[in-house]
Design a protein around this ligand. Sequence first.
Ligand SMILES: [Zn+2]
Length: 64
Amino acid sequence: MPFRTDDPVADFERHDREQARRLAKLPTCERCGDAIQQERAVRIYGNWFCDECIKECIEEVDVE
Ligand SMILES: [Zn+2]
């Protein structure tokens, strides 16, 4: 954690704000609404989806 002082509460709050600012810049998943924190993610027609949601959306296809 950068800028560590002798005030742990202030340190924690600063860390929290930095984290929030960092997350605000990230795209959010259209399905679950979470910030996408992976280096690569699926984007379909401008909408982002995280790997977890993509996995949950994969269905078996009955191919004869
Ligand atoms: Zn998601």
